[in-house]
Ligand binder design. Sequence first.
Ligand code: CA
Ligand code: CA
Ligand code: CA
Length: 450
Amino acid sequence: MRRLITVLLISLSAFVLQGCMFDVQNAEIMRPPKLPTELESVKTALFDYYGGGLRLMNPSSGVLRAAIQFIDLNGDQQDEAVAFFKDENEQNALKAAILYKDESGVWETLAPIVGIGYDVDQVGFPDLNGDGNKEIVVGWLGGSSLSKGLSVYQANDGLTDFGGGTGVYEEIFREVYTNFHIVDMDLDGADELVTFLLSRPENRAEARLYTLDADGVSRQDSVTLSSDAHRYERMTSGLVEDGRYGIVLDASLTGGATFSEALVEIDGKLIKRFGVSGSSENAPTYRFDFRLTEDVDQNGWIEIPTLISPLGYDRVAKRDVPWITQWNRWDSEENLIPVMKTYDDQRLGFRVTMPLIWNDTVTLTRNDQGIAFVEVQEDGIKRVKILEVLVIKRSDADLADGQIKSLGYFELARTMNHYYYGKTFSNDALTSVEFGMSDDQLLEAFELLN
Ligand SMILES: [Ca+2]
Ligand SMILES: [Ca+2]
Ligand SMILES: [Ca+2]
């Protein structure tokens, strides 16, 4: 046991630099999960209706990944259910069933949408014309990843009572796409559908804006995007500039670097706010490592990440640098304004929010079991430790927990696989007492990355 602890601590203090793996999940769950009983009753209704011969299908991309989605389609505060499945009674035809609750609380099934292709890529439920009824957008996967088509389905009549079960969702629009995003960009109560097309062979990188009115779905505008993106990773919407909602598109390059482009809508036009023409390596948002945009401080404004190298890593290979993530707001003019910094350890799955008071004399060391923040003093010679985060495999931590704690570490969090411990150090030797953290401040600054 003593040996285990010694090994852990030696390896923590050793200055072993690790490469970084990309372990990012973009399953951002927007809605709370339904009660299991509700889900079961929808499944039962569905299996009864189809005689059991169906296989539920999860959408493979986007934010909504459940095979059965609960959504209030007609705005009466009562959720309907939309289920994606293959119907084995009809040669595995891909279908989407719409279920609603009748007056006695029983799930009733409408005639299904019959899909195109062999898999469900992405789904969304926008209210494209702002009438209070939601349309259904489904991206269907065809023969290859290049042949994805989205369809927009609209209810044939007002939807108020689903025609007593005779209501039908009709396909009103069909288009190719790579990713799509739904957001009310101009905040007029009607959602816009924005599609992204990325095709290297065709040298195409484009965003398109679609709206729905009495004449159907029409393309309002399109804008050309940076040409060297390899893949679109995520679209995030929120405030991007003064009073204006927009979409930030995160794109990756071959090799794992990422960059972002921001889109806003002005008078029905899609406007690209920054980004690049030519190589995105010159983009202001370019980052060597994989980082995705988020509203990191949860205030409605979207922050775009860039990376800065901590002190002392000038001669270290880029992939071995423990990058600090700087989160930036777009100032509506020309600049990205930093609002906060975090250290994101993608491999060990945690984030430490760095206090604003920390200047660039605070740096960090990393090994495969954690990190230590230190203040560099006396022209880079002296290093004074501020805090440590120690990450121990659960199987080891179960045995050594008591001893780890006896060495001054306290538990920050635990997951299925790891225990996370923190330790703070006395401020006496720091240039400023405020560079130091209390255990409570560290607990506050620490979070798990999922
Ligand atoms: Ca409803
Ligand atoms: Ca709108
Ligand atoms: Ca924010």
